[in-house]
Every structure is written in structure tokens, then in C-alpha cells.
Design a protein around this ligand. Sequence first.
Ligand code: FAD
Length: 453
Amino acid sequence: MTTSRALADLRAHCELHLPGDDGYDAARTPWNVAVDQRPAAVAVPRTAAEVAALVRAAVAEGLRVAPQNTGHGAGALGEHTFDDVVLLRLSEFTGVTVDPVARTATVAGGTRWHEVVTAAAAHGLTAAHGSAPDVAVAGYLLGGGLSFYGRRHGVAANAIRALEVVLGDGSLVRATAQEHPDLFWAIRGGGANLGIVVSFEIDLLPYSDIFAGMLLWDRARAADVVPAWVEWSRTAPESATTSLRIMSFPPLPELPPFLSGRDLVIIDGAILEDDATAAELLTPLRALAPELDTFARIPAPGLLAVHMDPPTPTPTVADHSVLGDLDAAAVAAFLAMVGDGTTSGLMFAELRHLGGAFTRPAESGGALSHIPGEYGLFCLAVAPTPQAAVAGKAAAFAVVRALSPWSRPNLIPTFTEHRVDTGRFYDGEDWAHLCRIRDHYAPTPTLVANHPL
Ligand SMILES: Cc1cc2nc3c(=O)[nH]c(=O)nc-3n(C[C@H](O)[C@H](O)[C@H](O)COP(=O)(O)OP(=O)(O)OC[C@H]3O[C@@H](n4cnc5c(N)ncnc54)[C@H](O)[C@@H]3O)c2cc1C
């Protein structure tokens, strides 16, 4: 049994908050504030040495350690038992160094994407970030990572060249294609089950500007726009990665009038072509006369704002699935759930275009180097109260269920906000291999990942 004295002794290793301390509630609260996680302590390390010392000390006291950066992906972690868990809040452990010649960035374990993109932009480069600027590199990359560059460049985890990892016994190892190659393969998908990444070396992308933006219609146009986008996406080149969302915004004074209190259809994303080619490609969608059209050439960091993700911590619940090809019946099923005249209870139902390089296993990739499927379906509800969370989950599950005739067995880790059969993230052989490597590097489960192996 761990004593409060033993917990307090962890203070010798880094900033620490115990239940009852003034800073405990702020430190334990994730970005997804619907998740009420109450760990035995929250540690806030600022260096790799502090992470390693904390892990050694916590494990010696019979505690387990759960790394968390921002808590954007807290939904599944929050379903674990937290009584014997030290939450490692890595959000103060940040930093980016860019090597413009090698076109790489070295990134500390708790860094967020906007920091990487800003540093890379100074050299005319960018990175395969997701839609939100304040998501951290670690959870996103170790879960695969779907970017608006992805149909051309694949799953973002494939950009990882080297990792420095604190294992569950507190030792620090470097993992590359040459050093601990089995760990290097496994952690790119297996994440915190294998170790806590304190440094990432990643390839950057050679774009200083891109053609990106959004098209917006009132939801009354959903029956025209949804089938048209699905048809368009079927033949869109791999240079185009886009998403379609049916979105509902409450009336809020802080929202711009084109969003406040409105039900909308929004298509957004990036097209890695010159302006004339990109414009030609958009012609069939622009012919649907969007109320707003922001597609244009923008500096690459502008892509972080295109999807309009919430800028502050938000209580959410969600569900998703991976879909194959969408025929007319699939489009009708989607519209029957979230089209004009329906009340879904969701903030949005999104179809993300996958296919292209997303679906191709990368030769030098890790346990999660591709997502087999043509579309990702992601449904999210805002959940300010436990009752709203129950209703929101039911609403999200209902849309996913309605599209189940078109769904594939696999799931996407970064879109998984509750506990699932973790094997569904990986190809069958890879799953067995991953578990064998886990047994070697993490024979005792001293680290707690959001999705346990
Ligand atoms: C608004 C919003 C937009 C998003 N957009 C996208 C998108 O475009 N594409 C996409 O693919 N996903 C997207 N996501 C999902 C997001 O990528 C996942 O939630 C991801 O897990 C967040 O990473 P994080 O480190 O910020 O989250 P956290 O909740 O802090 O971490 C998630 C998990 O990652 C593991 N982990 C964290 N740090 C480490 C570490 N240093 N070493 C080892 N393991 C670690 C842990 O298991 C942890 O539980 C979005 C999420 C939100 C809320």
C-alpha cells in the first residue's frame, strides 16, 4: 500500500501535486474536461531526466505512471482506475529544434503542434499536423495521426525517424531503425504501453504555403452537397485531403455570425497543387454555390486554423468508425441521421477522406503505418454534464451504427475516445508481434496508456 509519505517523496524528482494541494485540480484536468480523472498524484516534469527519475521512484513505490500531454485524448484513459497512478503531465516539457538541411525537427515529449509548425515555417517547411494547433505531437503521432497532407504523405507516424524513450523501469533508450529496431517499430502505434517518449526526431514537409480553406453552406443544402462531395472524393487525386462535416453551433456571442446558432455543411482541407490545378479540381464543389469559400493559397501554418477546432478545453464525447466505399444508400443513411430536418444531438458528424497514401503500409513504418479504409466517420457531442455525456454518446453511437453496413473492422486510435478492443487498430499479424515486443520491453505493466495492449 502506498503511503502519502511515499507519494510526497516524489516531490524530490519534479513538480508534484497531491489531492488536496492547491494546484491538484488544475494539473489533473485534461483538455477534454468531461473526463474526471483523479490520480494519486500529478507530476509535471520539465526534462527527460525528471521523467526517468519520477518513473523509477513511482514504480519503486508500487505505483503506475500515465503520460498525458494535453488530455485531448483523455476519453479512453479516463476509463482506467487511477488510485495507484501518477499522472505525468508533460505539457511543460516542450521545445523544438529544426535542422533545415536534413529537413527534420527534434521535438521534446510534451510539445504541441503549433510550436513545431511555427519553428518549421521559419525555414519554409511544415509538418504533418492534425486539425487542431494545441494537440500534442506525442499522442497524435503515436496513434498514427491523420493530417490534411495524409492522402499524399500517409499516416503522420511514418515521419518519425528516431525516438528517445523512458521505459517502464526508468531506463532511457534511443530507438531508430538501427537501435532497438523492434521497440522503434512497436512504439509507433503501441505508444505508452512500451514507453514514454521524451524526444521525437521527425521528417518535415517541404511546403511553405499551400492551397487550403473551406466551403460552407446552410444545412438545408445537405441533400445536394453530401452526395456531390462523396462523388467528387471518389476521383479526387491524392493531392487533395478533405473532410465534410454537418455541424451545429449554439447561438454564442463569441462566434462569428456565419456560425452562431447555425446548422451547416462544411467541406475543408488542403490541395497540394498549384493554384490553377487546385481551382479546377474544386470546380464541381464551387458550382454548388457555397455561402462562404475561403479556399486560397495561404502560408502553411494557416492550415492549423482551417478546421476551426475549439481553441479552449471542451467537454466532449465521441464515436467513430472506418468506412469503405460509400454508395447512394450510404449517403442516404448518413443524411437520414444528420441531414436537414434531423435533430442528431451532435456538434458534428464528419466524413474524413482517407484512401490514397493513408491506406498503404509504409515500408519502414511502425505498428501503425496505414489506415485501411476510404473514409473516417467521426461523430462528436459537447457534454457539459454527465447527463449530456450519456445523451451525446448515444447520439454518436447511433450515427456510427446507422453506417455500420459500410464500416470496416478496423479503428483509428486517435479518433477512439473510449475503451475498445485495442487489437482493432492493427493488422492481425502486427497485433501479435506488437504484444510479443510489449512483453519484452514492458514485462510488468508499470505504464498506463489510453489504449492498453
Ligand atoms: C480538437 C481536436 C482535433 C483533433 N484533430 C485530429 C486530427 O486532425 N487528426 C488526428 O489523427 N487526430 C486528431 N485528434 C485526436 C488527437 O490526435 C488525439 O486525441 C491524440 O491522442 C491527442 O494527443 P495529445 O498528446 O494531445 O493527447 P493526450 O490525451 O495528452 O495523450 C493521449 C495519449 O497518448 C499517449 N502519450 C501521450 N504522451 C506520450 C508520450 N510522451 N509518450 C508515450 N505516450 C504518450 C498516452 O497514452 C496518452 O493517454 C483531435 C483531437 C481533438 C480534441
